[in-house]
Ligand binder design. Structure first.
Ligand SMILES: Cc1ncc(COP(=O)(O)OP(=O)(O)O)c(N)n1
Ligand SMILES: Cc1ncsc1CCOP(=O)(O)O
Ligand SMILES: [Mg+2]
Length: 710
């Protein structure tokens, strides 16, 4: 089995303080820790074995339990009946091969590694010797005073990229590192102080888990029957999972021959093969959530229960398929009993009203009674119950999430459509996926419901079958242009640059640029240009400041604010360098009125700036970076004649400004922010951005043309 290493607690008796290691572990596991490593450098082997026995009892199979360094203590605890899943070894501890031989093939064995040599040595071991590497430290930490030099996130990223073994990041890891370390290839985060010193380890662990889930694409397994018509069963589940942002997998419990008009036949393959399917997934893939649908009979249910108990997926949503819309019972009495046992393994159960009635053993009359029945069921099985009002009669179709002593109701008018085939399967899969993405239960229900309602409303467009048709799982995506291939940021930058090729050529040919390059530019024209540039820069700074205000990330906010600062500094420098008796430029010249070209350009920038659309604004801002940088570098490279590189050139200092490497770097960054933003917006908004960019580029051309034409 592949282990879920996502949140890995390493214990420290001193940091756990008065609360103690056992209580800290209990709470952290309640919060979602998936691996616990008992690490106590001072304890004897006998003390360590005793602690392992106690921890094994407290953890009760909800997380894996490993011990740091002490193979013999692990063996002693196992001999006493404790569930100890493995060991974590350092480079100087007992050998991995001995640990594997003593603990067996199913044990979880980790090895500390922080250099290329460690990685190569681990890879030279026979395959299957090591399950994961503990890689760090990410940053200096007091918890391990003798730690090796810090790798930083980039060092970790490079290590993880070179390692075919899963890498757990350790050392100075806090909750704010979750996203960046997952992105850097971490299979999990190993933390000591962030959990051991937390006032409430359950809350702290849950926060880590939420962040971790939000940072990745959840791997969601549907265990259900097949509906060849594609509207229900695993087919619907896979579509719902994908539409909700997950990666779907499917293990088939039963094959049905059905269409939108009804079920014609059911074939249940041998349960041995069902288990083979389940093991094939869990041996290889970390499962973030399981959604369970049609289970056919008691033997199938027991097979699924056994597998769940061995794997313990972090999220289990059960749609207890047992009563058809027609009211017919789909499971026999033995299977209904086994299903009751399965429900105690669930986090959320999504019965329809008929199923709810069977599960509480009485009729359910109306919505209030359904809520009461949901509370009874929730308390009986220890799971939340999504009570669904779809089978109520009347204009309303409410739902409610019941559990944990609360009832959260979701209102909604019934959607007038006969295309209800597979709604239950679809909703429960979407819910499982959203929970696996780290959404809080009530939010996940609200989002899954909103998606389902849109998919129901748009179902008429599908025209699938003569009976109760399917919902339109991807209606929302299609409506938002999801069929378009999304271009990369690099594609966009290349395409936009090409789209202003004519403008760039026209700028190159302007008399102003040619005369500027060969030094023949009339001084009055140059001074006119500088005065307009100063007027321009003052306003451009304000526009950049607005981009900073609207920026979605602090990095972008800082970048545009810095650019605004640079623009003002540029304006002040123009005054300081040229408003001198030697330069012969008078204050009156610099106090000039805006020329029409300057005004038109600024109007365009101000209109985008104060329209409040960040994406459009930064697209309009970009040509001033990009065209100047390009022109400055080409002038400096001698593309317009060697004289432009000559220090005796009358405008040499101006020419140097735009060939400045810092300006080049800022331009690269500006292009990256704009094109990355353009890559994430809808095609319609990307077109608006591109128009703003092209318009600004045309204004640049007019701005350069003005000194000799206007
Ligand atoms: C996941 C993980 N990685 C590294 C360590 C470090 O173990 P420790 O015994 O403190 O040090 P070495 O023996 O590896 O030098 C760990 N405990 N867990
Ligand atoms: C055991 C260990 N191994 C490498 S760093 C470390 C301690 C990490 O502790 P913390 O999460 O408090 O920085
Ligand atoms: Mg060690």
């Amino acid at each position: 089995m592949i282990a879920d290493l996502s949140l890995y607690l390493v214990t420290d008796p001193e940091l756990c303080g008065e609360r103690g290691v056992v209580e800290t572990v209990r709470q952290a596991v309640d919060g979602g820790v998936r691996v616990v490593q008992l690490r106590d450098k001072k304890a004897t082997d006998a003390e360590t074995a005793a602690q392992l026995i106690e921890l094994s009892r407290v953890i009760d199979g909800r997380a894996l339990l490993v011990v740091n360094d002490r193979l013999d203590a692990a063996l002693a605890a196992r001999a006493a009946g404790a569930r100890v899943d493995g060991v974590h070894l350092g480079q100087g501890d007992v050998s991995v091969l001995r640990a594997r031989a003593e603990l067996g093939a199913g044990a979880l064995i980790g090895l500390t590694a922080n250099s290329r040599a460690h990685l190569d040595a681990a890879l030279a071991l026979p395959e299957g010797s090591v399950d994961y590497l503990g890689v760090g430290v990410i940053r200096p930490t007091k918890t391990k005073p003798d730690h090796p030099p810090a790798l930083g996130v980039d060092g970790f990223r490079a290590f993880a990229a070179a390692s075919p073994l899963p890498c757990v990041a350790i050392g100075g890891v806090g909750i704010d590192d979750t996203e960046v370390l997952r992105d850097a290839g971490a299979a999990g985060l190993a933390v000591v102080s962030a959990l051991c010193t937390a006032p409430d380890p359950a809350v702290a662990a849950a926060a880590f888990v939420r962040q971790w889930r939000a940072a990745g694409v959840p791997r969601v397994l549907s265990i259900a029957g097949s509906d060849p018509s594609g509207g229900a069963g695993v087919q619907a589940d896979l579509k719902s999972i994908a539409a909700s942002g997950g990666f779907g997998m499917a293990v088939i419990t039963a094959l049905t021959a059905q269409n939108t008009q009804g079920v014609r036949a059911v074939h249940v393959p041998p349960t041995g093969f069902l288990r083979e399917q389940l093991d094939a997934i869990s041996d290889d893939i970390v499962i973030d959530a399981v959604k369970i649908g049609m289970l056919a009979n008691a033997e199938v249910i027991r097979t699924v229960i056994d597998w769940l108990d061995s794997v313990r997926p972090p999220i289990v949503v059960v749609d207890p398929v047992m009563v058809a819309t027609s009211g017919d019972r789909l499971l026999d009495a033995e299977a209904e009993h086994a299903l009751g046992e399965l429900l105690t393994r669930a986090d959320v159960i999504t019965p329809n009203l008929g199923e709810l009635a069977v599960l509480v053993g009485r009729d359910v009359h109306g919505w209030d009674d359904a809520l009461a029945a949901g509370s009874v069921l929730s308390a009986a099985v220890g799971a939340r119950v999504l009570v669904k009002g779809g089978h109520l009669v009347g204009a309303d179709a409410p739902d409610a999430l019941v559990g944990d002593g609360a009832i959260v109701e979701f209102e909604g008018a019934r959607i007038a459509t006969g295309n209800t085939h597979g709604t239950g399967c679809s909703l429960s899969s979407a819910l499982a996926t959203r929970l696996a993405r780290g959404e809080a239960p009530a939010d996940a229900v609200a989002e899954a419901r909103a998606w389902l309602r849109e998919s129901l409303r748009e179902s008429e467009a599908l025209a699938v079958g003569q009976g109760h048709g399917p919902i339109s799982h991807f209606a929302g995506l299609w409506a938002r242009g999801g069929l378009e291939t999304r271009p990369t940021a690099e594609d966009i930058a290349a395409e936009w640059w090409a789209s202003i090729a004519d403008i760039r050529s026209e700028i190159d040919e302007l008399p102003f640029i040619r005369a500027l390059a060969d030094g023949t530019l009339d001084r009055d024209a140059f001074v006119f240009y500088l005065a307009q540039d100063a007027l321009y820069l003052r306003e451009y700074a304000r526009v950049l400041a607005e981009a900073s205000r609207l920026a979605p990330t602090s990095a972008e906010q800082a970048f545009w604010a810095n650019s605004a600062h640079g623009s003002i500094v540029g304006e002040l420098e123009l005054h300081a360098s040229w408003l001198t008796p030697e330069a012969g430029v008078s204050a009156a010249t610099f106090a000039a009125e805006h020329a029409p070209a300057t005004l038109a350009y600024l109007d365009h920038l101000r209109a985008t700036a104060f329209g409040g659309d960040y994406a459009e604004l930064i697209a309009a801002i970009l040509p001033c970076f990009w065209l100047y940088d390009d022109l400055g570098r080409r002038l400096h490279a001698g593309e317009f004649g060697e004289y432009a590189r000559d220090p005796r050139h009358p405008y040499a200092s101006w020419l140097a400004t735009y060939a400045d490497p810092a300006f080049e770097q800022a331009t690269v960054q500006a292009i990256a922010y704009v094109s990355q933003t353009a890559a994430t917006v809808t095609p319609e908004r990307r077109t608006i951005m591109r128009r703003a960019f092209e318009t600004a580029a045309a204004h640049e051309r007019e701005f350069f043309a003005a000194p000799l034409c206007g």
